[in-house]
Ligand binder design. Structure first.
Ligand code: APR
Length: 252
């Protein structure tokens, strides 16, 4: 196990050079995008087993395609909120604030609101709504329309496009890139996630193992709250701008 890089005291003093931010559905809630497990959330409206597993797609492809067609259309009506914008600002300004500084967003979300807010270093570990994946030629294509009518793959013409979403039981994307970012993280921040789904929910423990500071910003305590050095409760559009403002005011 890697030796903790910096003790508690040292961590509190030094400005973190490399920041890794994990986001979940809660950061997009105030943009009008349903979360999964909150009251009235998606998994109360739909059974995971019916719409978010490879087996469901095998069994009832129309049900699955209709579900994601609906979600894909819905997110295009939505816009980034203050939390997305302030994270993009932090990414832009941190390198000037700390020599060689970096901010990486690892998102569980499949909306494109971080990108639309201007964040560049975004790892979408669960895929994206605005992408279709051809299961014949393995090509991925930006996709904004429906898939229910089985449109041909722009690369191979096969009618084998599926939502480019990581379903339960499938391996998340870019785990190597995520581990590389975690490896050099000095500060790990988790925003708007219930900590119910692994491997994302395990990142805080990895962060602690490598000696990074850990901070949770969430509407309520998550399943992993006990692992964080600090938890700040509140709406993402309030707690995230306040935290970023504080970070940009912190001096070495
Ligand atoms: N501001 C901050 N946090 C919020 C807000 C808000 N306005 N609204 C809700 N939250 C918090 C909730 O308290 C909850 O802890 O966001 C979290 C949302 O949790 P989930 O609905 O479980 O979403 P998430 O953690 O992203 O789910 C993880 O599960 O269903 C799968 O693949 C899907 O990526 C998803 C993964």
């Amino acid at each position: 196990m890697a030796q903790p890089r910096r003790s508690g005291m040292m961590r509190a003093m030094a400005l973190p050079q490399h920041i890794v931010i994990l986001t979940g559905a809660g950061i997009s809630a105030e943009s009008g995008i349903d979360t999964f497990r909150d009251g009235g959330g998606l998994w109360e409206q739909h059974r995971v087993e019916d719409v978010a597993t490879p087996e469901a797609f095998e069994r009832a492809p129309d049900l699955v395609l209709r579900f994601y067609d609906m979600r894909r259309a819905a997110i295009q009506e939505r816009h980034p909120n203050a939390a997305h914008h302030w994270l993009a600002r932090l990414e832009r300004e941190w390198p000037a604030h700390v020599a060689g500084g970096s901010v990486t967003v690892v998102t569980q979300n499949v909306d494109d609101l971080h990108l639309r807010a201007g964040s560049q270093a975004v790892i979408a570990m669960h895929g994206q709504h605005l992408s279709a994946w051809c299961t014949t030629c393995d090509a991925r294509h930006r996709w904004t329309g429906p898939l229910i009518d089985r449109p041909p793959c722009p690369s191979c013409e096969a009618r084998a496009l599926r939502p480019d979403i990581v379903w339960f039981g499938e391996v998340p994307y870019e785990m190597d890139a995520i581990m590389a970012a975690m490896d050099r993280a000095d500060l790990f921040v988790s925003i708007g996630t219930s900590g119910a789904v692994y491997p994302a929910a395990g990142l805080v423990r990895l962060a602690r193992e490598i000696g990074a500071e850990t901070l949770e910003l969430n509407l309520e305590r998550s399943q992993g709250s006990a692992w964080f050095d600090e938890t700040r409760l509140g709406r993402a559009t309030e707690v995230v701008p306040a935290w970023v403002d504080e970070m940009l005011k912190r001096k070495e």
